[in-house]
Ligand binder design. Structure first.
Ligand code: FAD
Ligand code: NDP
Length: 516
């Protein structure tokens, strides 16, 4: 066993007294730190900033293992480096390509026949933005006096974290009163020949040096659909391979409408199909062999890129959780309502938690609330109900609350009223964009003021539309209130204020004009 050293922080006592965290102020610290956070993503940020803001002595570990093709990045976690941020920027790039064509219809003198993206420039712009976000993150750590170690941390016992400062160096260890595990997850690879050697994942695509070209996107969850859509918008040729259904867990009608919208835009779906092998051809392209599980027919096709989007696994394997006694389920950590694990002073936040939404704002808010409970006397728990979310496809899909199926399952079909309607965004008329998939619905109670249980919207800027409604829904929004709200005209969000057709009525939900 290599020599073990203890890391000491020179500024701890001065810091905790100057910032006023009085919990242990009078006593000699028993541990090196008040809080050690494993993971430098946004879940970790929430808790470490909250802790440091209360005067706690905080140390954060963050380490990223390179992907099989060698992609690596620094602090900031998935969202900043290989998730929400680069994804939103590529989504925007693809929407802009579409807007160029619309601009011509609006009278702009643009030669829209010859537009094509400069993939290399786009990747550089995206990566430059990420660098600037990370610079701010590092500055913020310094400002908040949070110590940062760029190493993988693992448990030696329930209060002790072990790490190696650099490859080949001796093991070091630190002790902490509390430990928060915020290690997130990484993409899975299918267990088939060639998958790891020849395929890439969302961890690689946002910094991919060559143009993706004809791309097989395997997986029809958030990542698969979003990547397929921005690739299509940028002029490449994605095909989506679906194992069972599109967007499992979402409202079925909305998911199928979204898939129809993608098909209309020229994205093919290979339904009920699983990959069998990936092989490199003599010309360098990738031959993918697959099987349709409905027909049991085998097939194959050739692609330039294969992108796996089959879900993510929690990064528990390097944590040595057994040494601390922390219980897990599959590759996630089990926590209670206060994010406490089976060991009361060890907590977990973000994607690593079992059974909670894997979304950035969930990770941030749960981390922040946890820090307030640990260091500022708060008792407020994270409310994981009715978390709004958006799938960033060209017509976006955003929702909050229950799907139609869940509402019927929990309340019974007789107790549910579904208000719905297609609509025509004003800005779609001049460029004659398809309005076939612009649709929204409210799932509500059938009686009284008709409390709304779920809202669903497919259309432009869906996330911007649903965010405000999410707060209203958490405050007990009813159909009566929505219909008594004066809309902002002409917007697409105002369509919620005129949802008068119920599915039960059997009336046609297609609008006659823009303003009916
Ligand atoms: P992470 O951000 O994954 O951070 C964990 C960090 O800990 C990583 O840096 C990891 O390398 C490090 N680490 C792991 N093990 C150790 C260890 N033992 N020691 C030290 N460090 C360790 N969410 C949204 O809300 N909106 C979106 O639009 C959205 N888009 C997404 C797009 C993509 C392509 C992906 C993949 C995800 C997207 N998400 C989105 C989900 C969002 O990115 C995650 O929910 C969020 O990043 C989770 O944060 P976290 O802090 O829990 O984990
Ligand atoms: P998801 O779990 O959402 O989707 C995984 C997809 O892969 C499903 O279609 C699933 O099919 C399929 N699949 C799973 N295992 C296999 C397998 N062995 N072989 C073939 N297909 C398989 O994962 P994602 O990676 O898309 O997203 C991970 C999480 O990241 C999301 O849950 C979300 O919380 C977060 N995220 C959020 C975004 C946002 O907010 N806009 C964007 C991107 C990610 P099946 O249905 O048959 O199981």
């Amino acid at each position: 066993m290599s020599t073990i050293k203890f890391l000491r922080s020179s500024t701890h006592n001065a810091l905790r007294s100057s910032l006023g965290w009085c919990r242990h102020a009078a006593s000699r610290p028993r541990y090196n730190y008040d809080l050690v956070v494993l993971g430098g993503g946004l879940g970790g940020i929430g808790v470490r900033q909250g802790g440091a803001g209360c005067g706690a002595r905080v140390l954060c570990f963050d380490y990223v293992k390179p992907t099989p093709v060698g992609t690596k990045w620094g602090i900031g976690g998935t969202c900043v480096n290989v998730g929400c941020i680069p994804k939103k920027l590529m989504h925007q790039a693809s929407l802009l390509g579409e807007a160029v064509h619309e601009a011509v219809a609006y009278g702009w003198n643009v030669d829209d026949k010859n537009i094509r993206p400069d993939w290399g420039k786009l990747v550089r712009s995206v990566q430059n933005h990420i660098k600037s976000v990370k610079w701010v993150t590092r500055q913020d750590l310094g400002d908040k006096k949070v110590e940062y170690v760029n190493s993988m941390g693992s448990f030696r016992d329930s209060h002790t974290i072990e790490y190696v400062a650099m490859p080949g160096a001796e093991h070091r260890q630190v002790t902490s009163e509390y430990v928060v595990v915020a290690v997130g997850g990484r993409p899975r690879y299918p267990d088939i020949p060639g998958a790891v050697e020849l395929g890439i994942t969302s961890d690689d695509i946002f910094s991919y040096e060559r143009e993706p070209g004809r791309t097989l996107v395997k997986g029809a969850g958030y990542v698969g659909l979003e990547c397929a859509c921005f690739l299509k918008g940028l002029g490449y040729e994605p095909t989506v391979m679906v194992r069972s259904i599109v967007l499992r867990g979402f409202d079925r009608q909305m998911s199928e409408l979204l898939a129809a919208m993608m098909t209309e835009r020229g994205i093919p779906f290979l339904g009920t199909t699983i990959p069998k092998a990936v092989e490199r051809q003599a010309d360098g392209r990738l031959l993918v062999r697959y099987r349709n599980t409905s027909t049991q027919m085998d097939g194959s096709d050739v692609f330039d890129t294969v992108l796996w989007a089959i879900g993510r696994k929690g990064l528990i394997e390097d944590l040595n959780l057994e040494a601390a006694g922390v219980k897990t389920h599959d590759d996630k950590i089990v926590v209670d309502a206060a994010e406490a694990t089976s060991v009361p002073h060890i907590f977990a936040v973000g994607d690593i938690i079992y059974g909670r939404p894997e979304l950035t704002p969930v990770a941030i808010l749960s981390g922040r609330l946890l820090a307030r409970r640990l260091f500022a006397g708060s008792t407020q728990l994270m409310d994981y109900a009715d978390v709004a979310t958006t799938v960033f496809t060209p017509l976006e899909y955003s929702c909050v609350g229950m799907s139609e199926e869940t509402a019927i399952e929990l309340r019974g079909a007789d107790n549910i009223e579904v208000f719905h309607g297609y609509y025509k965004p004003t800005e779609f008329f001049i460029p004659q964009k398809s309005v076939r998939h612009c649709y929204l619905k409210a799932v509500a109670e059938v009686s009284g003021d008709q409390k709304i249980l779920g809202l669903h919207y497919i259309g432009p800027v869906a996330g911007e539309v649903i965010q405000g409604f999410a707060a209203a829904l958490k405050s007990g929004l009813t159909v009566k209130t929505v219909l008594n709200t004066v809309g902002i005209h002409p917007t697409t969000a105002e369509e919620f204020t005129r949802l008068s057709i119920t599915k039960r009525s059997g009336r046609d939900p297609t609008p006659a004009s823009c303003c009916s």
